[in-house]
Design a protein around this ligand. Structure first.
Ligand code: FE
Length: 344
């Protein structure tokens, strides 16, 4: 007969059995949630998820992530403070990485593996973050109305021959802020301001919200040359292989074309800093670097890794090897300079 105490006992055993079954289930599900890594990413989901899936397949370690723009993720990390679940912040542009570092959102990477794999000029001097892919901010021109022999440098776009023929993305873009910041470093404030004023004077139309719109304006005959990140050209080429556009590498007889990075670091309050470091080391490895760059038609940050066929077809170029961190250090100066020059 089932007395209340026996019932309780049976019920209790059932609970225990159920609990242990659940425990077994959760233990047999590799990995345990303690190994999981949480990533806040300003790099788009379709660019990171194939890599994260591969990492999980190879290691069994779960990666949780959210994507948003860099500003929103930086604000979120600041607001969450030590309660943040994030282990890694991935973002684009050294200007943004530098900002996050200034806000104290990273902890040092302390990784000899990354120091061996990634050149120093695309890593933070204080070890807070590393570049993971490289993009060039280059010139895209009409193949119908521009002969490449007419082009030479960013600075030469102030010449009268380009009057009413230049398209630019807005100065609100961190990409242009970084370009102008590195120009300030190399050419000085006054010369850079003269150049930016010259660009503004040669604009065919108001600045565009994004690089793709600037290239589409060239196709539409609205302008003849634009300053564009190389991967946007790659994307447009994939969608429209017959577009009458070509890529030109500027400043090849001088400092080289302006490059920037996408990259990341371990967050200050990471709950799994070792897991975060291991994931960043893997992303920097020869194994992962081709795919990391190739999904976005970028250049690997690891110099031992080749580029995709499409990117290789753009030819080799000399890159400005200034430490990309300068883009962050001089970002405020660049914004004020572009404002003075009425570059909107
Ligand atoms: Fe972009």
């Amino acid at each position: 007969m089932l007395t209340p105490s026996r019932l309780l006992h049976r019920f209790g055993c059932a609970v225990l059995l159920l609990a242990s079954a659940l425990l077994t289930l959760s233990c047999s599900k590799q990995p345990s949630s303690d190994d999981a890594i949480t990533v806040y990413s300003a790099r788009a989901e379709h660019l990171i998820s194939p890599l994260f899936d591969r990492y999980t397949q190879e290691t069994g370690i779960e990666i949780r992530y959210i994507t948003d723009n860099a500003g929103a993720l930086i604000q979120r990390l600041k607001a969450e403070g030590s309660n943040s679940p994030a282990d890694i912040l991935l973002t684009v542009d050294a200007g943004n990485l530098w900002q996050a570092s200034e806000e104290g959102l990273f902890q040092p990477l302390n990784s000899e593996v990354i120091e061996r794999q990634i050149p120093a000029h695309i890593r933070a001097e204080d070890n807070d973050w590393t570049g993971l892919s490289v993009r060039a901010r280059t010139l895209i021109h009409s193949t119908e109305r521009v002969d490449p022999s007419e082009l030479s440098t960013y600075e030469a776009l102030v010449e009268p021959q380009w009057e009413g023929r230049l398209c630019l993305r807005t100065s609100k873009s961190v990409y242009n802020q970084s370009l102008v910041a590195t120009m300030i470093h190399t050419l000085g404030e006054q010369e850079t301001e003269n150049i930016v004023r010259g660009w503004v004077a040669n604009l065919a139309t108001d600045p565009f919200a994004n690089d793709t719109a600037a290239m589409e304006a060239i196709i539409a005959g609205q302008c003849d040359v634009a300053i564009v990140n190389s991967y946007y050209f790659g994307r447009l080429q994939r969608n429209n292989p017959d577009a009458p556009l070509a890529l030109f590498w500027p400043n090849q007889d001088g400092r080289g074309v302006h490059i920037n990075v996408s990259g990341g670091g371990i967050t200050r309050h990471a709950k799994n800093p070792d897991g975060a470091r291991a994931l960043l080391e893997w992303l920097a490895s020869e194994d992962a670097q081709f795919q990391f760059a190739e999904v976005n038609q970028e250049y690997p940050a690891n110099p031992n890794v080749g580029v995709s066929e499409q990117v290789a077809a753009w030819g080799e170029f000399r890159a400005d090897n200034i430490n990309v961190e300068m883009a962050g250090r001089l970002q405020g100066d660049a914004i004020r300079l572009m404002d003075r020059a009425r570059y909107r």
